[in-house]
Design a protein around this ligand. Structure first.
Ligand SMILES: NC(=O)c1ccc[n+]([C@@H]2O[C@H](COP(=O)([O-])OP(=O)(O)OC[C@H]3O[C@@H](n4cnc5c(N)ncnc54)[C@H](O)[C@@H]3O)[C@@H](O)[C@H]2O)c1
Length: 111
């Protein structure tokens, strides 16, 4: 690894599983100090910090801001489900909030 994120602080939402967990692990391997934010109770193994919270809630971002200055935010969290084909046009994947409504707008960004 190049260490190109050495000395950087990164926040990865939805980082407890899937793409977010892989992103958090890679950023960590590249030297970043990674804070994972996720609704699940179990934090991933490869991160400097874990905050259990819903990205659709402003209070979550207030707690993220307490973590200190942030260099990188990976806004990855979303919940999606595949509905039965008869409930969707062409059986597409349908997304639920926060994917459709986005994350809460933080009252104050970390930096
Ligand atoms: N996997 C795919 O094929 C695919 C395709 C297109 C887009 N995406 C997008 O990529 C992102 C990650 O996908 P994935 O497959 O890794 O999903 P995943 O379900 O494996 O992981 C999503 C994570 O987000 C967390 N999460 C969900 N709602 C949250 C909330 N309100 N607050 C905090 N955390 C929350 C979940 O607990 C989970 O850990 C999503 O935004 C998804 O829509 C995925």
């Amino acid at each position: 690894m190049s260490g190109r994120f050495a000395g950087r602080t990164a926040v990865v939402t939805g980082g407890a599983s899937g793409i977010g967990a892989a992103t958090a692990a890679r950023l960590t391997a590249e030297g970043a100090s990674v804070l994972v934010v996720d609704v699940v109770a179990e934090p991933p193994r490869t991160c400097a910090g874990y905050l259990r919270g819903d990205v659709a809630e402003e209070e979550t971002w207030d707690r993220v801001a307490e973590w200190g200055p942030i260099d990188v935010i990976v806004s990855n969290a979303a919940a999606a489900e595949v509905a039965p084909a008869h409930l969707t046009r062409a059986g597409r994947t349908v997304s639920r909030p926060p994917c459709s409504t986005g994350s809460a707008r933080p009252r104050r960004w970390p930096r």
